[in-house]
Design a protein around this ligand. Structure first.
Ligand SMILES: CCCCCCCC/C=C\CCCCCCCC(=O)SCCNC(=O)CCNC(=O)[C@H](O)C(C)(C)COP(=O)(O)OP(=O)(O)OC[C@H]1O[C@@H](n2cnc3c(N)ncnc32)[C@H](O)[C@@H]1OP(=O)(O)O
Length: 189
């Protein structure tokens, strides 16, 4: 359902659940835009150290896989690699002042990613169609830039009411399951 056609008593975009301003998100000391879980710690727990957008529209990220994301011996858990690509690719529109959410993400795992070694992600928008933003990127090992992983996917541009709409949807789900519970209890009585 599109947000425009969603008719409910949604909270206003200025409500706390709308989150911080996407054009001025909370950042780490290295300038990385921080998601909800990392704001208090003021550091990206996935290991992103810095991010920048160059004049051609390519976004560059420096990072290391923290030890607590180890999967196999001395290498990253695959979920870390997928999370980092989700994060970095999603930051490309964010660096241009656009909030978007991941609709689809495909990850190719080319080589294991060593723990605590400098790696780089570069990502760019391939094209846009309506609210759909097609983004791709790759993770390379520094300094030689051997490719470790590739990601590509579809992001959907949203406005700040996205999360307030979701909270209303969740409340509707909860009230429906509450009503179902009452009906079930009555049927059993
Ligand atoms: C990135 C990190 C940010 C760092 C934070 C810094 C601070 C920033 C400051 C402040 C805010 C905080 C920001 C946090 C941001 C976090 C982002 C994430 O974590 S993303 C988490 C995982 N992804 C989800 O949770 C989506 C869950 N899915 C959905 O919400 C919906 O399914 C959604 C929005 C994807 C589609 O909703 P519909 O289907 O109701 O919307 P309809 O209007 O019908 O479709 C819109 C367009 O989307 C296409 N679409 C829908 N699903 C698709 C799919 N699976 N694949 C391709 N296209 C799809 C449709 O074809 C349509 O395209 P057409 O506009 O007509 O061109």
């Amino acid at each position: 359902m599109s947000q425009d056609s969603h008719k409910c008593h949604c909270k206003s975009p200025t409500d706390r659940s709308a989150g911080p301003d996407v054009r001025d998100p909370p950042r780490s000391d290295g300038g990385v835009a921080l998601c909800g879980a990392c704001r208090d710690k003021k550091t990206c727990r996935l290991g992103l150290i810095s991010e920048r957008l160059d004049e051609t529209g390519t976004a560059w990220f420096e990072l290391r896989c923290p030890k607590d994301h180890e999967g196999g011996p001395n290498v990253a858990h695959g979920g870390w690699t997928a999370s980092v690509l989700d994060e970095c690719l999603g930051h490309v529109p964010l660096l241009q002042g656009v909030l978007s959410v991941t609709a689809e993400l495909a990850v190719s795992f080319i080589k294991p990613v060593p723990i605590e070694r400098p790696v780089e992600v570069r990502a760019r928008i391939e094209r846009r169609e309506g609210s759909r933003i097609y983004i791709s990127g790759e993770m390379v090992l520094l300094p030689g830039r051997a490719v470790l992983a590739r990601g590509k996917g579809t992001w959907i541009a949203r406005d700040r009411t996205h999360f307030a709409h979701f909270e209303n949807w969740l409340a509707e789900q909860d009230s429906m399951s509450g009503a179902n519970q009452v009906a079930l209890t009555k049927a059993r009585a």
